[in-house]
Design a protein around this ligand. Structure first.
Ligand SMILES: Cc1cc2nc3c(=O)[nH]c(=O)nc-3n(C[C@H](O)[C@H](O)[C@H](O)COP(=O)(O)OP(=O)(O)OC[C@H]3O[C@@H](n4cnc5c(N)ncnc54)[C@H](O)[C@@H]3O)c2cc1C
Length: 544
């Protein structure tokens, strides 16, 4: 059989599309709707059995968002007008309902293949198309391959000797059983005190016979100030939505507020304290991204913010030894350089007789046993073990797909020593491949839905530009991605972020290159740079 015949046979079996999108979270759904609206043949492939991205997987007790509900949705008025979250910080159940609502309203599911995990993708430089192979045996071919795999789609479980010996149930928070798991009356262990650990611990403390929290690093968690929203409140809030959605497109973090236009170092002690107090009362992420503009760059200002947080937190914890473990006198890392979580009663649960805290820095885990966890100090008996151990964040979702570009090299190989990604959306050697919420974009520093819309719009504009000119190929250049990487590193070096062993810099996964994975210059600056490239005929890309 000649080459042409082979191709013909192959294409008879292979579905041909304009665009394959991977992931049915905010980013994938936004792009599906927009690209379909342009008349393109688009499909979304999603490993989960329903829409929502991280909100499909993260159904552990207490899982909820840290962005306020009004900001954690699409900005389209035909969507927000008919939707209401019942709490300021909605739970995973309500966010899932929201996704089903959006799906129904926009008729998205007909172009989504659920339960289909993309395993491999290969670029053909002759046809300028991608061939994509998935877990269900399907082979699909498309001009463009757009990865909307998010920053938290690859759970990370550390080496825990003996884990398979554990007689009870153990689950990673992002692989929580869809049918749920009742923690009532159980002896529960939670490893990890990041966002998920804080949330699940709060729930477990209320129902478990005993809760043991295993902490490596204190979480500088901020008060959530959760509240129920009645119809009248929602109606009043909605009057402000058009302004807020307009505003969020222009801010540092994709929320409807900015840092204060003052540094903590330039104001008097009294003003600093009064400002910290005011912002503390607002709560949420405001004490992080809505405070003085030098908190994440100036060591003294940062220390002032830390001391304020520490004093506010310690008064809630009765036992001085526990207070020192949870809110140490001296900071373990600068304030805000690890993602602060939002807590409702996290620090109060340690006053309860059924809750204990283990400091893994002092007494590390030796092994998991049949009956629990053995640390250097003794054994903790457990019925359920919750692994709130986070993610191979930002890059993991992309590098776990075997993606082969022009040189036969995989994306994982290309990034083995560090990410190269022009504008955080495209990589040289991988034509017609684009990614949203990916490395070297503002991802972790920006509200998810805002990023999905803004990066999504940019990609839509690019693909439309190519189509209108009958181009079939777009690829980032090597000099452009090198310059972008240098810029990402330079911006980060002006901040305190590199000082913490966080997932922001890949430090939570052994062997992962230590590098800033996010563009720390703010979403508005980032989009200005993306738009500048577009205005200059997509500078930094070769198009043909
Ligand atoms: C517990 C948790 C809480 C969060 N809270 C907030 C918050 O308060 N505010 C905020 O702004 N952000 C938050 N985030 C970040 C969150 O990732 C974004 O808000 C948002 O979900 C990003 O949407 P996305 O569409 O880019 O990706 P995701 O929502 O991550 O969706 C990616 C999808 O891709 C799918 N996928 C990945 N790989 C494959 C594959 N190979 N084949 C098929 N499908 C695949 C996954 O199954 C997943 O459904 C949170 C994340 C987590 C995990």
């Amino acid at each position: 059989m000649g080459m042409t015949d082979a191709k013909r046979t192959n294409s008879a079996k292979t579905e041909e599309l304009d665009v394959i999108i991977v992931g049915a979270g905010f980013a994938g759904l936004y792009l599906l709707d927009r690209l379909r609206g342009l008349g393109m043949a688009v499909q979304v492939f999603e490993a989960g059995e329903g829409p929502g991205g991280v909100w499909y997987w993260n159904c552990y007790p207490g899982a909820r968002v840290d962005s306020p509900g009004p900001m954690y949705q699409f900005s389209r008025d035909d969507l927000w007008r008919d939707w209401k979250f019942s709490e300021l910080y909605p739970s995973w159940q309500e966010i899932r309902e929201y996704f089903h609502y959006v799906d129904k309203k926009l008729g998205l599911s007909r172009d989504i293949r659920f339960g289909r995990r993309v395993n491999e993708a290969e670029f053909d430089p002759v046809s300028n198309r991608w061939t994509v192979r998935s877990s269900d045996g399907s082979v699909t071919n498309a001009r463009y391959f757009v990865l909307c795999t998010g920053l938290g789609s690859k759970p990370y479980i550390p080496e825990l000797p003996g884990l398979s010996d554990f007689a009870g149930e153990h689950h990673h928070t992002a692989l929580w059983p869809q049918q749920g798991l009742d923690l009532a009356g159980k002896r529960v262990g939670v490893i990890g005190t990041g966002a998920s650990g804080v949330q699940v611990a709060q729930e477990a403390a209320a129902v478990a016979t005993h809760l043991t929290v295993f902490q490596r690093t204190p979480n500088l968690a901020l008060p959530m100030r959760q509240r129920k929203l009645d119809d009248d409140t929602i109606r009043r809030m909605k009057e402000d939505y058009p302004r807020a959605y307009q505003k969020r497109r222009t801010t540092f973090g994709g929320f409807d507020y900015e840092p204060i236009e003052k540094s903590a170092s330039e104001v008097s002690e009294d003003e600093r304290r009064a400002t910290f107090e005011r912002i503390w009362e607002i709560g949420g992420l405001a004490p992080w991204v809505g405070s003085f503009n030098d908190l994440l760059a100036n060591e003294q200002s940062n220390r002032a913010a830390y001391d304020f947080w520490r004093d506010k937190t310690r008064v809630r914890i009765k036992d001085p030894a526990l207070a020192e473990m949870l809110a140490p006198t001296e900071p373990i890392h600068p304030y805000g350089t690890k993602r602060p979580s939002l807590e409702q009663n996290f620090f109060d649960i340690f006053n309860r007789p059924n809750v204990s805290l283990v400091d893994l820095r002092k007494t590390p885990i030796e092994r998991v046993t049949r009956g629990g966890i053995k640390t250097a100090a003794g054994e903790h008996d457990l019925d359920v073990l919750v692994l709130a151990t986070g993610f191979d964040a930002v890059t993991g979702g992309l590098t776990s797909i075997d993606i082969r570009g022009t040189g036969g090299r995989t994306l994982k190989e290309k990034w083995a020593k560090g990410v190269q990604a022009h504008l955080g959306m495209a990589a040289a050697g991988f034509p017609n491949l684009l990614f949203v919420y990916g490395p070297q974009s503002p991802n972790a520093f920006a509200n998810g839905p805002t990023c999905a819309e803004l990066q999504g719009d940019w990609i839509v504009q690019l693909l439309n530009h190519l189509r209108q000119r009958n181009f079939t190929r777009v690829e980032a250049t090597v000099p452009a991605e090198e310059a972008w990487r240098a810029q990402v590193i330079e911006i980060a070096s002006g901040t305190l972020f590199p000082r913490a062993d966080s997932w922001y810099v890949g430090a939570n996964v052994p062997g992962k290159p230590r590098e800033m994975l996010s563009f720390a210059g703010g979403l508005s600056t980032y989009m200005a740079k993306c738009n500048e490239s577009a205005e200059r005929g997509y500078e930094g890309f070769t198009i043909g």
